[in-house]
Write a protein that binds this ligand. Structure first.
Ligand SMILES: [Zn+2]
Length: 109
C-alpha cells in the first residue's frame, strides 16, 4: 500500500514508513531497531520527529500521514486541502493504522 506526500504527492510505501524510514535518520542502528517496536504514539515522540525532520520527513498525527518528504522541493508548501482531509481522517480512524493506510490509498492521499 502507498500513501502520498501532502506537499509533493510522492508515493511512499506504508511498509517502508513503518519499518525502514527510521534507518535513514542518524539514530544508532540499535535504537532505530527498537523504534520499530514502539507504539504508534511513541514513534512520533518529539525526539523521533526531530530525527525524521533532519532526514526530510514531517508527519501529521501518524507515521502514515507524510506532510513533507525528502523528495519535496525546498520551497514547496503542503497542499492545504489534502492536509485537512488527512487530518480529519486521522481523527476519525484514531489508532487504526491499517484502516488509515487503506483509506489514504483509496483516496490517493
Ligand atoms: Zn514530498
Amino acid at each position: 500500500m502507498d500513501v502520498h506526500c501532502t506537499t509533493c504527492g510522492e508515493p511512499w510505501d506504508v511498509h517502508h514508513l513503518r519499518h525502514d524510514a527510521i534507518f535513514e535518520t542518524d539514530l544508532a542502528h540499535a535504537e532505530a531497531k527498537a523504534w520499530t517496536e514502539l507504539s504508534p504514539k511513541l514513534k512520533l515522540a518529539p525526539r523521533y520527529r526531530e530525527k525524521f525532520k533532519a532526514a526530510g520527513f514531517e508527519f501529521g498525527g501518524s507515521i502514515l500521514n507524510v506532510i513533507r518528504c525528502p523528495g519535496c522541493p525546498k520551497e514547496a508548501k503542503p497542499n492545504q486541502d489534502r492536509l485537512q482531509t488527512k487530518a480529519a481522517l486521522e481523527q476519525l480512524l484514531g489508532d487504526d493504522e491499517d484502516g488509515l493506510a487503506a483509506t489514504f490509498e483509496d483516496y490517493r492521499l
